[in-house]
Each structure stands twice: as structure tokens, then as C-alpha cells.
Design a protein around this ligand. Structure first.
Ligand code: CDP
Ligand code: CDP
Length: 224
């Protein structure tokens, strides 16, 4: 069967990375978490105390970023040092939309993402995969769920009340990021014209993955 390139875009907490991982495992594909790559740039900017946009872009251009498949999530390395465990902190989440809105940062990351997925047999998740990174992807999914559903999911993921954040606070952060991501000038979060829209507010992860697998099977069948 033809090895497809699969693009999954959508807002925070829609289930993109969980579903992408399931698909990659079942299909024997490579999973590329592009959000983690923007988070790594953000982490490094925070660590070095760089705030100015041009300076962040210059730093991103000089980064030696590599990735590797991991048990749970994709692993990210900067100059050989693993930074995976530092990428999902509130500090990084709070700053990543601003960093990822810098056009020259996006240019560098998009080039790296294309290089890493050039061989096909890949599942990429992000915001601009179907529109910018892989406009010719075989399968494009625009995955959504209501902001409330996404906030509840993230709340559970953070360990419920132990995380110290309420569902309302998480929902506010999600809405803020949605707005920043969908209104920025460079590669805003929009569905590609040829993307299949899938609202999984009322679907389990398993059902969501199965719906996408079905689309992939149909696509692979067409191209045989
Ligand atoms: O998992 P979650 O949806 O919270 O975030 P993520 O996928 O790790 O992405 C973090 C941030 O990176 C997003 O809020 C976007 O600002 C940015 N991003 C982007 O601009 N383009 C991508 N292809 C992926 C992520
Ligand atoms: O990558 P993205 O931010 O789009 O979402 P995620 O990190 O894959 O999913 C956020 C949380 O929602 C995870 O804990 C998933 O297990 C959960 N989820 C769910 O319970 N049911 C779904 N249909 C999709 C995601």
C-alpha cells in the first residue's frame, strides 16, 4: 500500500497528538509533533532570556534541533541535549504563541519539518500542516472539539485539581491561544480547503482514530 503523508491540524486540546500517535503506531509511520518544535524554540528563548523578535528568529536559525520517536511523546534535542521534559510547562505554553507568530521562526521550522517528512509514511500534527508545510499531503484532517471539552481534557491530563489550575482558567488560556493562533498574519490556524473536518467532542480517541484510518484506507485504495 502507498505510504501516505497525513496532516492533522486543529486547535489546542483537539486530540491531534494523541490521534496522530495512534495512527503512526498502527500504520508503522513516523509521527512528527510540530508543536513540540515550536515549544523547543520557545524554551530556548526563555532559557537564554531573549525577548526581541529578530533575536529569537536569529537564535532559531542557528539551533541544532533533532527529534526522535519516544515512548509517549516525540523526543526533542537541542545540540544533543534532550529538552522533551521542559516543553509543556505553563511558562512555555504561555509564550509559545508569540514565538510561533514570528515569520522567520516559521520559515526555519517549516523547512525542517519538510525535510523530516520528505520520505512519506509520516503523520504530522500542528496548525499549518495542510495549508503550508505539506500542501500536497495525501490526507488532511481538521480536528476540532468545543473549547469546554478541550479544557476539560487538558484539566484531566494535568492531573485534575492537583495541577492548581481550574477548568475555567485552562479554558481561558485555550481561548486566548485559539485567538492568537487563528488571527496571526503568518500561517494562521485555518483549515485547508481540501481538509476533512472532524469534530470529536463526542468521540473517544479510539473512535476518532478509526474515523481517520477509514479515510486513509479509502485514499490508499484510490491510489493503488
Ligand atoms: O498541544 P497543544 O495543542 O496545546 O499545543 P502544541 O501543538 O504543542 O502547539 C503549541 C503552540 O505552537 C500552538 O499554540 C501554536 O502557537 C504553535 N504551533 C504553530 O504555530 N504551528 C504548528 N504547526 C504547531 C504549533
Ligand atoms: O494535540 P492536541 O493539543 O490537539 O490534543 P492532545 O494532547 O492529543 O489531547 C488532549 C487530551 O484530550 C489528551 O489527554 C487526550 O487523551 C484527550 N482526548 C480525549 O479524551 N478524547 C478525544 N477524542 C481526544 C483527546
Amino acid at each position: 500500500m502507498k505510504r501516505l503523508s497525513i496532516a492533522i491540524d486543529g486547535p489546542a486540546g483537539a486530540g491531534k497528538s494523541s490521534v496522530a500517535k495512534i495512527l503512526a503506531r498502527r500504520m508503522g509511520y513516523t509521527y512528527l509533533d510540530t508543536g513540540a518544535m515550536y515549544r523547543a524554540v520557545t524554551y530556548e528563548a526563555l532559557r537564554r532570556g531573549i525577548e526581541e523578535e529578530a533575536a529569537i528568529a536569529a537564535m532559531a536559525a542557528g539551533l541544532d534541533m533533532t527529534v526522535a520517536p519516544g515512548e509517549g511523546r516525540m523526543r526533542v534535542f537541542l545540540s544533543g541535549e534532550e529538552v522533551t521534559d521542559h516543553l509543556r510547562t505553563a511558562e512555555v505554553s504561555g509564550a509559545v504563541s508569540r514565538v510561533s507568530a514570528i515569520p522567520d521562526v516559521r520559515t526555519v521550522m517549516v523547512a525542517l519539518q519538510r525535510k523530516l517528512s520528505a520520505a512519506g509514511g509520516t503523520v504530522l500534527d500542528g496548525r499549518d500542516i495542510g495549508t503550508v508545510v505539506l500542501p500536497k499531503a495525501d490526507v488532511k484532517i481538521f480536528l476540532t472539539a468545543s473549547p469546554r471539552t478541550r479544557a476539560i481534557r487538558r484539566y484531566k491530563e494535568l492531573g485534575g485539581s492537583e495541577a492548581g489550575l481550574s477548568v475555567d482558567e485552562i479554558e481561558a488560556d485555550i481561548r486566548r491561544r485559539d485567538l492568537l493562533d487563528s488571527t496571526r498574519a503568518a500561517s494562521p490556524l485555518v483549515a485547508a480547503e481540501d481538509a476533512v473536518h472532524l469534530d470529536n467532542s463526542d468521540l473517544t480517541l479510539e473512535e476518532t482514530a478509526e474515523a481517520i484510518m477509514k479515510i486513509c484506507r479509502e485514499k490508499a485504495g484510490e491510489e493503488r
